[in-house]
Ligand binder design. Structure first.
Ligand SMILES: NC(=O)c1ccc[n+]([C@@H]2O[C@H](COP(=O)([O-])OP(=O)(O)OC[C@H]3O[C@@H](n4cnc5c(N)ncnc54)[C@H](OP(=O)(O)O)[C@@H]3O)[C@@H](O)[C@H]2O)c1
Length: 282
């Protein structure tokens, strides 16, 4: 298939993917069939990458205060896109989330794509569960690829980048989590597009990150930086911590790095990027 991509959603991940995949990002507000049809027509695209969503500007807790916007962006729009993709024989790549599971660190093994989502404590998570469930009903009839991202970590500053957040908070949890390192995620997206993959994929790095590991490397380079470790139970926020399996991603032929092995690269690239931004006066 001659792939003609278009990205919907001009946010953190949409912009990052748009640049790396060298494809257009539609900024058209989406609320109807006609809006989606216009995007396909304008860009002559046969693959839609849905990076539209509402995750809250600062945290997912904002979803509760923006209930209609959250449901619309995270549930209605994916269904709308899937229906249009089905009608026009267009591929849909949908960004889902790993924050849809409970995880028992004592008893559970990394969660595979076939396990049924069971984390209903956060409204954000419920809206992502709804859309996944609806899109999966078209599994055998439409070309739909669902990519589960979890806690994006990038090698450049951004308010939604885990590293930027941790540097700001100066407090880290003492619990290991699945992480999506964005440079590796981009490579995974290219691979999954190239093999025309469909269905659900956990697009996280192998292993699980203890945040202190990342910040210890950061501290090695920024010697006056300090942080403290806090217990998850004292955080006082409803969140889920979990580890996803990458066996399916690996079985597709993609070699995904262990998260521990990307930390050094992430921090050094991040600091280099920051230096360039400072030199450019940004
Ligand atoms: N960031 C994370 O931690 C994370 C983790 C796991 C999964 N994800 C998933 O990844 C996806 C992208 O997240 P992100 O971090 O890139 O979010 P983001 O930076 O907030 O970007 C979302 C984009 O969607 C746009 N949008 C919302 N409603 C729209 C509509 N009706 N029509 C057109 N555009 C609309 C927003 O535009 P406005 O700002 O103008 O509304 C924004 O540009 C989401 O589905 C999210 O659930 C994110």
């Amino acid at each position: 298939m001659n792939i003609k991509l278009v990205i919907l959603g001009n946010g953190f991940i949409g912009q990052r993917l748009g640049k790396e995949l060298s494809c257009p990002i539609s900024t058209r507000p989406i609320s109807s069939f006609e809006d989606v049809e216009s995007v396909i027509e304008e860009h002559r695209s046969n693959v839609l990458i849905n990076c539209i969503g509402f995750v809250g500007k600062n945290s997912v807790d904002e979803c509760e205060g923006n209930r209609s916007k959250t449901l619309f962006a995270n549930t209605y729009i994916p269904i709308l896109l899937a229906e249009v993709a089905f009608r026009y024989n267009v591929k849909l790549v949908h960004l889902s989330s790993g924050c849809i599971y409970h995880y028992d660190y004592g008893n559970d093994s990394p969660i595979s794509e076939t396990e049924i989502p069971n984390f209903f404590n956060l409204y954000y998570s419920r809206t992502k569960i709804y859309s996944e469930a609806m899109l999966k009903t078209l599994n055998n009839f439409a070309n739909i690829l669902i990519l589960r991202i979890r806690i994006p970590l990038d090698d450049r500053p951004h308010q939604k980048n885990l590293l930027t957040k941790l540097i700001k908070y100066q407090k880290v949890l003492n619990i290991a989590n699945s992480i999506t390192y964005i440079p590796d995620f981009i490579k995974a997206v290219k691979h999954l597009l190239a093999i025309n993959a469909t269905g659900v994929f956990n697009t996280v790095n192998d292993g699980a990150l203890q945040y202190s590991r990342l910040l210890d490397i950061y501290k090695h380079y920024v010697t006056d930086f300090n942080y403290s470790i806090i217990d998850y139970k004292t955080l006082g926020l409803v969140r889920t911590n979990l580890i996803l399996s990458v066996n399916k991603l690996k079985a597709s032929g993609f070699s995904i790095r262990n998260i521990d092995n990307v930390c050094e690269e992430c921090v050094t690239n991040y600091l280099e990027y920051e230096k360039c931004l400072a030199q450019a006066g940004a």
